[in-house]
Design a binder for this molecule. Structure first.
Ligand code: GTQ
Length: 334
């Protein structure tokens, strides 16, 4: 039957319909002190303009060559040097930027520039022109989180290069935040970016303050510490249709309980230090992390966080897709 491209189901059924998620991905940690020299060497080897995007991709060790950190998500660290421009283009893939190092680069979307500061979470909505540039005096590095593998899975990606390298600035910085970022919204409007949040930047200053206030004044969750999700203010849902984003604070002395969830998640360490113990199918790994480190916890791997001196973590996952499909599961182990 093989020449007719036929295969018996009974030989593969168990793997096709596993009793529980059996991700091919593995947990992995990228220490920033090890990655940074390669990023800076990339800065010498190629310009942002020539590279279009000067990025080192964080590949899951079990998915080498696939430009994927989980089966559905992409992660990379992008470098822009003073005076450079990463030219304007657009694509149907959604992107998030989480600023890791340096202040004063910008990303431009829809005629409005947004200044990048460490800890800011910035959005590039699907199919919007975007260019990045830098008026900074230092290198600026950010984490790119995109749904590239998911869009590839659906064979649904489109992309175009812009005629101009930098899009014309037509709005003052802060316009979108004034319109949508204060628990208010225009009286008459359409969502300008469809299912994506109309806020381009969620500044760290505000997220950090919220987490610290809650740590001081409210009960701390036994699994998550103090964890908030970022919102699309027009829907109450995730900021992008394909990716959810979170920021959490683990108080000093935190020793979390174990949990697992179907959405594999990518973490960027903002401040402080901690450990995460990841267990799956009898194998246990422990990562010690510090500022600007990155790590990935695959689907249905049991994780347990701890922090001696306290820390702040940003993370993203494909949870909105799980929820839209009604397949999201989370288990909090007591
Ligand atoms: O900045 O537009 O890391 O298109 C990968 C693909 C960044 C971007 C990436 C992209 C971009």
């Amino acid at each position: 039957m093989s020449p007719l491209h036929l295969t018996p189901l009974w030989e593969v059924l168990h793997a096709l319909v596993p009793p529980r998620p059996a991700s091919p991905c593995v947990p992995a940690l990228w220490k920033y002190e090890q990655v940074r020299p390669f990023l800076m060497r990339a800065g010498e080897a190629i310009t942002a303009e020539e590279a279009v995007r000067r990025v080192l991709i964080l590949e899951n060790p079990a998915l080498r060559g696939q430009s994927a950190i989980t089966q559905s998500l992409y992660a990379g660290l992008q470098l822009i040097l003073p005076g450079e421009v990463a030219p304007s283009h657009r694509h149907t893939q959604s992107a998030l930027r989480f600023i890791v190092e340096g202040t004063g680069a910008y990303t431009a979307v829809d005629g409005e520039r947004t200044t990048m500061r460490p800890g800011d979470f910035i959005i590039t909505p699907s199919w919007t022109w975007h260019d990045h540039g830098s008026d900074a005096s230092e290198p600026v590095v950010w984490l790119d989180g995109l749904d590239i593998p998911m869009i590839r899975f659906f064979d649904a990606g489109f992309a175009q290069n812009d005629a101009q390298a930098s899009q014309a600035v037509s709005k003052r910085e802060g316009t979108s935040f004034a319109r949508y970022g204060h628990n208010m919204a225009p009286v008459r409007h359409d969502a300008p970016f469809g299912t994506t949040s109309p806020i381009f930047s969620y500044p760290y200053e505000r997220s950090r303050e919220a987490l610290h206030t809650l740590e001081r004044d409210a009960p701390v969750d036994d699994w998550d510490g103090v964890k908030l999700r970022y919102l699309n203010p027009l829907t109450g849902g995730s900021p992008m249709p394909t990716m959810a984003t979170f920021m959490q604070r683990l108080p000093a002395g935190f020793s979390g309980k174990p949990y697992r969830q179907t959405d594999g998640a990518v973490f960027s360490v903002v401040e402080g230090e901690g450990t995460v113990e990841v267990e799956h199918a009898g194998e246990r790994t422990t990562f010690s992390f510090g500022p600007r480190d990155h790590f990935v916890i695959p689907s249905w791997h049991t994780s347990r966080f701890a922090s001696g001196r306290g820390c702040v973590l940003f993370s993203y996952s494909d949870r909105p897709v799980h929820q839209a499909l009604g397949i999201h599961q989370e288990e909090r182990i007591t």
